[in-house]
Design a protein around this ligand. Structure first.
Ligand code: PLP
Length: 392
């Protein structure tokens, strides 16, 4: 039996597994130390009331013959696709419900949508960035090139000068880990480049809800021409804490054609072959996020995390440490003090202050000497972390 040899090309240790290992070693040798975990970007507030109430009702639906739901549509229930459509309307974007595919989260769809494209297509990934894009493409055997995101370009690289045809181009905005967020003009450059080169943009909008500066786009479809060349992948994880519930959505416009094929139709066909839909209960909960009370409650949660981000960034500012993010993102990305390397600083920060963060180099080579802190923790522990940063 021959295996998929691409799996052996993945980096040997997943970033968060290595962090967990080091934290565990620290815990064993320092059993009394109180750890502050600002490492993983996981939500720490409970699901909001409106979501919980609707999910309870959905559970009750499953208990009665008349309202029981078995297999649902693989592309998601129409009620949820309509809610997503109305959410996009608030951003000035007109979508049709059948351009929206409900998923069990952005991570799955990052890999799923790739099945639309041949493994011969080259891939362009910003560095540093969320590692799932690289991994998903390695598994499918594609050749990956990188767009350098550095201090010099404020972690927002432009499309390459060279016009390379038929690329799969990733954009993560607001970016994980740097928090850097593209403006209208910068995204227009990518859309123009994709249209010129017959490429496709994979726009990861997982952190769209954190965009707070009004002039910044929170969807690629706010950019003219994007409906011909972009797929948007999004999630209820970061807007509403669905990291455990699991629900997301992917938008594939019907205007998108490659080699004469409508890829919205192809994706629908692929889905029918590979997926039996997201749980009814999760979808009802997700629909509740976009109701009036749901939006009010998730906005309060987002403000809570924004305040945490501000507390961390204020401490860094006071110390004169260079940082990005915090404004339109739950992440604060800063240069390691004392010119330390990312993992060196990770160990130092953990041992000296009991704070767990994420070494920047885990997101790509340009992340070396940088460090990410998440604002998804509690207020108290974030304040404690800020006090400790001031002691640096
Ligand atoms: N995209 C980005 C940029 C992320 O940072 C994450 C998770 O941290 C995801 C996607 C995955 O989201 P989901 O929970 O919907 O799978």
């Amino acid at each position: 039996m021959r295996l998929n040899e691409n799996l052996n090309r993945l980096s040997k240790s997943y970033l968060f597994t290595e962090i967990a290992k080091r934290v565990e070693e620290y815990r064993i040798s320092n059993p009394d130390s109180v750890l502050i975990n600002l490492g993983v970007g996981d939500y720490t507030l409970p699901l909001c009331d409106t979501v919980i109430k609707e999910m309870h009702k959905a559970v009750d639906d499953q208990s009665k013959k008349e309202t029981f739901r078995g297999y649902g549509p693989e592309e998601g229930y129409l009620f949820l696709r309509n809610s997503v459509k109305n959410y996009y309307k608030t951003k000035g974007i007109d979508l049709e419900a059948d351009e929206i595919f409900i998923s069990d989260g952005a991570n799955s769809d990052i890999g799923n949508v790739l099945e639309l494209f041949s493994s011969d297509n080259p891939v362009l990934v910003p560095d540093p960035v969320y590692p799932a894009y690289v991994d998903a493409n390695i598994i499918q055997g594609r050749k990956i090139s990188y767009l350098d995101a550095t201090i010099e370009n404020e972690f927002l690289p432009d499309p390459p000068g060279e016009k390379i045809p038929s690329q799969i181009i990733y954009i993560c905005s607001p970016n994980n880990p740097t928090g850097a967020t593209y403006d209208q003009k910068q995204l227009q450059n990518f859309v123009d480049y994709a249209l010129e080169t017959d490429s496709v943009i994979m726009f990861d909008a997982a952190y769209e809800a954190f965009v707070s500066e009004e002039y910044l786009p929170s969807s690629i479809f706010q950019i003219p021409g994007a409906k011909k060349c972009a797929i948007e992948i999004c999630s209820f994880s970061k807007i509403a804490g669905f990291t455990g519930v699991r629900c997301g959505y992917t938008v594939i416009p019907k205007k998108m054609t490659y080699e004469g094929f409508n890829i919205n139709m192809l994706y629908k066909r692929r889905l029918a072959a590979r997926f039996n839909g997201v749980s009814y209960i999760s979808q009802v909960g997700a629909g509740a996020v976009f109701t009036k009370s749901g939006m009010t409650q998730v906005s309060e949660n987002l403000d809570y995390f924004r305040k945490n981000a501000k507390v961390l960034s204020e401490a860094l500012k006071k110390k004169g440490i260079f940082f990005t993010g915090a404004k339109n993102s739950p992440y604060v990305w800063f240069r390691c003090p004392y010119e330390m390397k990312s993992w060196e600083f990770f160990d130092f920060f953990l041992k000296k202050f009991g704070i767990v963060g994420t070494p920047g180099v885990g997101f790509g080579k340009n992340g070396e000497n940088f460090f990410r802190l998440s604002s998804f923790g509690g207020t108290e522990e974030t304040q404690l972390a800020a006090q400790r940063i001031l002691q640096l």
